[in-house]
Design a protein. Structure first.
Ligand code: 5GP
Ligand code: ZN
Length: 112
């Protein structure tokens, strides 16, 4: 838990937020500024700044982020197509330094 981290405060329910899904490892919330018809954030409960800061001992947690993406993707409308984006570093667009995956769907994104 990092008191100055907005995602830690959401995980801790200090900031009320609707959880789309939750398990022992992660939560899923709607992005406050969606860039697609469906834009979820999959956030591990452990504070890790980004992939640069992840360690081999986080392997299970990182796998759980992908499995949570698979779980919420089952609720998407057909054809259930989605992208998963991890921004790592400010120059790559990261603005919240608590690791998270953007699950975006419902809009066609060409290229990467
Ligand atoms: P990043 O830019 O770090 O990859 O993604 C951070 C995302 O968190 C942004 O898309 C931003 O809109 C979202 N965000 C920032 N603050 C909040 C918040 O308080 N609640 C929610 N639901 N999303 C937030
Ligand atoms: Zn955090």
């Amino acid at each position: 838990m990092n008191q100055s981290c907005i995602f830690c405060r959401i995980i801790n329910k200090e900031i009320p937020s609707k959880f789309i899904a939750e398990n022992e490892y992660c939560i899923v919330i709607n992005d406050i500024a969606p860039r697609a018809p469906i834009h979820y954030l999959i956030i591990p409960k452990k504070h890790i700044a980004n992939l640069h800061a992840a360690e081999p001992s986080d392997a299970q947690l990182l796998g759980q982020v992908l499995l949570m993406a698979q779980e919420v993707a089952q609720t998407l409308p057909e054809p259930k197509a989605f992208q998963l984006v991890f921004n790592n570093g400010q120059q790559a667009g990261q603005s919240v330094f608590h690791l998270h995956a953007h699950l975006i769907s419902g809009k066609f994104f060409s290229g990467l």
